[in-house]
Each structure stands twice: as C-alpha cells, then as structure tokens.
Design a protein around this ligand. Structure first.
Ligand SMILES: Nc1ncnc2c1ncn2[C@@H]1O[C@H](COP(=O)(O)OP(=O)(O)OP(=O)(O)O)[C@@H](O)[C@H]1O
Ligand SMILES: [Mg+2]
Length: 232
C-alpha cells in the first residue's frame, strides 16, 4: 500500500522554465513564457484561459507534438527534449493519449479501424489489435457502433471513438484540448463523465483544456493561463 501511495504521489510531468517563442518578423511572441509546473500522477488538471493565452501550445509541448521550446520538460523521469525521433514517436503513441476538439478521426476508417491505428503503429498483432480496440470502444459505450464510419456517427459518438483511440495503448497521461468544444451540453456531460471515470478508475493523469465550467469543477486543480503564463 505504501508503495502505491508513493506511486500515486509522484511527479509525472515537470516543466522547468519552459518558453515557446514565435519569431514574427522583428517581433517575438512568447506563446509560453517561462512556465514552471509540476503535475502529479493521477491528477486531473483543467487548463483555462482566454483565446491565444497559450493553452494548446502548452498541451502540444507536453505531448511531444511541438519540440521548438526552450527549458526542460521531464515526463516520468525522462527529458523529452533529449529523445530521438523514434523514441519521441513512441512517447506520443504509448505514453500519451490525445483528444482534440475536432476529433481528428480518419473519415474512410470505421470506428474499430480508427481505434486500431495506434496499435498498428506500435506493431501489435492483428488479432490482439481487434480485441483491444473493441474493448476500448466497449468501455466508452460504442460496442454497437464499431463498423460505423465517422460520418455515420453523432458528434458525441465521434468524440467517444477518439477517447477509445486515446486509451488503446494504455497511456499514463491523457491530454484533451477542448474535448467538448463542438458538443451540446448533454453530449459534453457524457464525455466529461467518461474522462472523469478514466481518471478515477484507471488513475490516468488527465490534462484537459476547457472553457466548460462543468469540467473545471470536476478537476483536482485548475490552471489559469494568461499571455503564456500560469496564474493562480
Ligand atoms: N504557428 C504560429 N505562429 C505564430 N504564432 C502562433 C502560432 N501558433 C500559435 N501562435 C500564437 O501563440 C499564442 C498561443 O496560441 P495557442 O494556440 O496556444 O492559444 P490557446 O490558448 O490554445 O487559444 P484558443 O483558446 O483560441 O485555442 C497565440 O497568440 C497565437 O497567435
Ligand atoms: Mg487552443
């Protein structure tokens, strides 16, 4: 038990003086301005802030989608800016699950094929791929929609497919950038409920960018961003 306590309390994400500067002709724009941040494993963090304050930029640097920052990001004791390209793809594919506002599903693939995709990239056998993808779709309540393509699904269902896809490699961290931004309040509530359950039951660390006060209310901690900085 003691061991488990230590595990749940460890720092899983650490940012030390992280800046992301865009050079715009003769002007520099600090999308992130010397960010220091510790996120504990199993924590549910909500990130809020006005448009342009740096929320997606923060999500992208933590998730290994954007490498052009200064400072240090340590995830699970590993400095992600020191990973080579192969290790960085593995990090994005296995350690992190991404969920986007616009779902980012492949339109010609069925729900099952979309969810299997990260497993193909990690070299899992076809049989196991199918089983694991099905299991994740079942977890999000879509066992009866596995052969539907994205345009044959409702918005809430599409987002549940993308949650299943984010889950399929058993990530330690899920990063969701405005996951309910395109959904009405009922669908949003369902998505929030699923995310909260993943956090509570599977102890997945959850970083959610949101304007939705009902998500923020469920978080352990709310970070407010403003001009590339985090304020309390
Ligand atoms: N490729 C780019 N080139 C130049 N500036 C950029 C680029 N991408 C983002 N920015 C700037 O960086 C700042 C932060 O952008 P970011 O997308 O992180 O904001 P955000 O908080 O996610 O906003 P929103 O709520 O609208 O999604 C913004 O001022 C934006 O204009
Ligand atoms: Mg954004």
């Amino acid at each position: 038990m003691v061991q488990q306590d230590n595990k749940t309390k460890r720092i899983i994400v650490k940012l030390k003086s992280v800046s992301r500067i865009y050079n715009l002709g003769n002007e520099n724009l600090a999308a992130l301005n010397e960010i220091n941040l510790n996120i504990m494993s199993g924590e549910f963090i909500a990130i809020r802030g006005p448009s342009g304050s740096g929320k997606s930029t923060l999500a992208n640097v933590i998730g290994g989608l954007d490498k052009s920052y200064s400072g240090t990001i340590i995830v699970d004791n590993e400095e992600i800016n020191k990973l080579n390209d192969r290790k960085l793809s593995e990090y994005r594919n296995k350690k992190i699950g991404f969920i986007f506002q616009t779902f980012n599903l492949i339109p010609t693939f069925t729900a099952l094929e979309n969810v299997m995709l990260p497993l193909i990239l990690s070299g899992v056998s076809p049989k196991i791929r199918k089983q694991r993808a099905y299991e994740c779709l079942r977890k999000v309540g879509l066992a009866n929609r596995i052969n539907h393509k994205p345009n044959e699904l409702s918005g809430g269902e599409r987002q549940r497919v993308s949650i299943a896809r984010a889950l399929v490699n058993n990530p330690e961290i899920i990063i969701a950038d405005e996951p309910t931004g395109n959904l009405d309040s009922k669908r949003s509530a369902e998505i929030i409920d699923i995310l909260k359950k993943l956090n509570t039951h599977l102890k997945i660390t959850l970083i959610v960018i949101t304007h939705d006060p009902t998500i923020a209310n469920k978080a352990d901690r709310i970070l407010n961003m403003h001009d590339g900085r985090i304020s309390r």
